[in-house]
Design a protein around this ligand. Structure first.
Ligand SMILES: [Zn+2]
Length: 139
């Protein structure tokens, strides 16, 4: 087994995602190859560090800021809250349907475009864009 294949498979090895025969083959290579052993040690160290990091909690200001943006968008639109909520829900459903259709049919419709292209799939607006779209829909 070549070193490039071993280093590509190391994350799967550490995650316990490989078949038993693949594990044996990799471990055999690792006993003989100091370069790949070093790569595995570095990956294990990185994984430990990542495991020690806690996911950040949103600060106490987070909800207040989001609600302030929602209120500001509501004031800009001048429509009743239930109409804006309905428009926002409809937009979210449209975006979700578009992403689904793009990932499901995109490759066939556009002759070989891949759904793995992150630019092709990420059609979701940011929170600010979403609120502006929801507030401005129907104008
Ligand atoms: Zn190697």
């Amino acid at each position: 087994m070549k070193c490039t294949k071993v280093t590509r498979r190391l994350p799967a090895l550490l995650a316990g995602e490989l078949r038993a025969e693949e594990v044996l083959e990799l471990k055999r290579h690792l006993t003989l190859c100091p370069g790949c052993r070093a790569a595995r040690a570095a990956l294990e160290a990185d994984s430990r560090l990542l495991g020690e990091l806690a996911a950040p909690e949103p600060g106490p200001w987070f909800t207040g800021r989001v609600m302030a943006e929602v209120r500001a968008a509501s004031r800009r639109s001048g429509r009743p809250a239930w109409v804006r909520a309905l428009a926002g829900t409809g937009l979210a459903v449209l975006v979700a349907a578009g992403v689904w259709a793009g990932t499901t049919f995109g490759g066939d419709l556009f002759g070989g475009g891949t759904a793995a292209d992150p630019l092709a799939v990420n059609n979701e607006p940011s929170l600010t864009e979403y609120l502006e779209l929801a507030a401005g829909s129907g104008r």
